[in-house]
Write a protein that binds this ligand. Structure first.
Ligand code: AMP
Length: 209
């Protein structure tokens, strides 16, 4: 089962990908997470991507991103299937992807801007295990991860000034993918404003058809 999770930033792609990948025993591939990890490790490509692109709310260039995903898909844990969370984000990325692998469904998780802004400004992530918290899933103890007791942090690009730019970029560069996948008969839409468990059930129903 090879899935793409599409939708604006903050619509819950990461949260759902974490849950669905565990349920279906498939890999969860988040290009955003890959970029953040590279930057944290001090990798020069990762640091450059942060300083020039993602830290400002812009997309990392297609050739870099496509190369990263191409290598990631070769890994053993993708044999059973995968969820691409945050990739593709442009038409050239989608065109490159369809040349290398077959996708079963593209799940578009939709939310309004008002809900997205609320979610993104309250989003926190565990520095250690990467678990995501927010208004829908608050940690039991403020600033501390429920699971591993790691410290929670706010992503650089979840500041309000950067969020608006990310939404602009989504509307301009990523939204056209909805038509791209609709025309290929792969698009399925779920309501990202429903409770988390409902969204999960809706996605599983599509994936298990
Ligand atoms: P995300 O965690 O998916 O919100 O991604 C965080 C940031 O990483 C994005 O705002 C982009 O700057 C960058 N990024 C992630 N995925 C891609 C992609 N497929 N293409 C270009 N840039 C990406």
């Amino acid at each position: 089962m090879n899935l793409i999770f599409l939708g604006p930033p903050g619509t819950g792609k990461g949260t759902q990908a974490e849950r669905i990948s565990a349920e279906l025993n498939i890999a969860h591939i988040s290009t955003g997470e890959m970029f953040r990890q590279l930057a944290n490790e001090g990798n020069s490509l990762g640091v450059e991507a942060r300083d020039k692109y993602w830290g400002k709310g812009n997309l990392v260039p297609d050739d870099i991103t496509i190369g990263l995903v191409q290598e990631r898909l070769k890994k053993e844990d993708c044999k059973n299937g995968f969820i691409l969370d945050g990739f593709p984000r442009t038409i050239p990325q989608a065109e490159a992807l369809e040349k290398i692998i077959k996708i079963n469904y593209v799940i578009d998780i939709e939310s309004t801007d008002a809900v997205i802004i609320k979610r993104l400004t309250s989003r926190r992530q565990c520095q250690n295990c990467k678990k995501i918290y927010g208004i829908d899933v608050p940690p039991k103890e403020e600033g501390i991860c429920d699971i591993c007791k790691g410290k929670l942090f706010q992503r650089d690009d979840d500041r309000e000034s950067v969020i608006m730019e990310r939404l602009n970029v989504y509307n301009k560069q990523t939204k056209p993918l909805i038509e791209f996948y609709k025309s290929r008969g792969l698009l399925r839409i779920v309501n990202g404003e429903n409770p988390i468990e409902q969204i999960k059930a809706d996605i599983l129903e599509i994936a298990q058809k």
